[in-house]
Write a protein that binds this ligand. Structure first.
Ligand SMILES: Nc1ncnc2c1ncn2[C@@H]1O[C@H](COP(=O)(O)OP(=O)(O)OP(=O)(O)O)[C@@H](O)[C@H]1O
Ligand SMILES: [Mg+2]
Length: 234
């Protein structure tokens, strides 16, 4: 329990920090606009400056909105549903979301769904969020021209797995150890919130499973999601 509180405290501190930055920017730019208004009678002259300031305010608001949306999506799903699900169908449905994007970027899909995968009892919506986060990361990592391999498998009598492997640039050691931290991102400003993997990790813990990562620079990255055949709530 104290472990959980610690994690929540860390998350809260992270959120406060991440939201405070754009808020400070909004505050500063709005202040500048006010100054301009008071100082110069000629608004025409300052039109371009105003335009820039307003853009940067919109950008900051957007960033806050992205963060709160992702967190809301997470908390809404906190009471996990338990239903009998077919893992292969669950994976296939996620791919429908991302197929077009992959085609567009010339990313080939190597899909290996094990026919005899047992029915599992888990939360389909949450699992799909995890798969989507990880496949999205793979697409981002490849950019264009590459392969994403997705494989469902049986690990043992209690556990099934989903492997999501990409031919992206790989993750260097010093980055690898941070990727599950909330708000850790290497993506350019405004692109990533850095919440995808930390939320995915939290979901898998809640479902009694886990996520592993293996990565090799210049070769690619593989995430393995282990799922209990019967979700054990923690
Ligand atoms: N398949 C991958 N290949 C290379 N780097 C990856 C891969 N998956 C994750 N990463 C690294 O881990 C970081 C954290 O990933 P995470 O999904 O948590 O956040 P994000 O993708 O940056 O932002 P968001 O998920 O909100 O769009 C990424 O910024 C990237 O540096
Ligand atoms: Mg991501």
């Amino acid at each position: 329990q104290s472990h959980k509180m610690e994690a929540i405290g860390r998350l809260a501190a992270g959120i406060a920090h991440e939201i405070n930055n754009p808020l400070a920017i909004i505050n500063e730019k709005a202040g500048l606009m006010k100054d301009f208004l008071e100082m110069s009678g000629n608004l025409e002259q300052n039109k371009e400056k105003f335009d820039d300031l307003i853009s940067s305010i919109f950008e900051s608001v957007n960033r806050c909105r992205n963060i709160t949306h992702r967190l809301l999506g997470f908390s809404r799903r906190i009471d996990g549903a338990s239903e009998a699900i077919n893992l292969n169908d669950t994976v296939r449905e996620v791919l429908e979301f991302i197929e077009k994007e992959m085609l567009f970027r010339n990313i080939r899909l190597g899909l290996h769904l094990r026919e005899d995968i047992p029915t599992i009892v888990s939360d389909k919506g949450q699992l799909q969020q995890v798969f989507l986060n990880i496949v999205n990361n793979a697409v981002d990592a490849i950019g264009k021209d590459g392969v994403i391999e997705i494989r469902t498998d049986i690990k043992d009598e209690h556990t099934v797995t989903v492997l999501i492997k990409d031919t992206g640039p790989g993750i260097p050691q010093e980055i690898l150890r941070h990727i599950f931290e909330p708000f850790y991102t290497t993506k350019e400003k405004g692109k990533g919130t850095g919440l995808g993997l930390s939320i995915s990790y939290g979901i898998m813990q809640k479902l009694g499973g886990t996520i592993f990562v293996r990565s090799e620079v210049n070769k690619g990255t593989a995430f393995t999601i282990e799922i209990p055949q019967k979700a054990v709530p923690v």
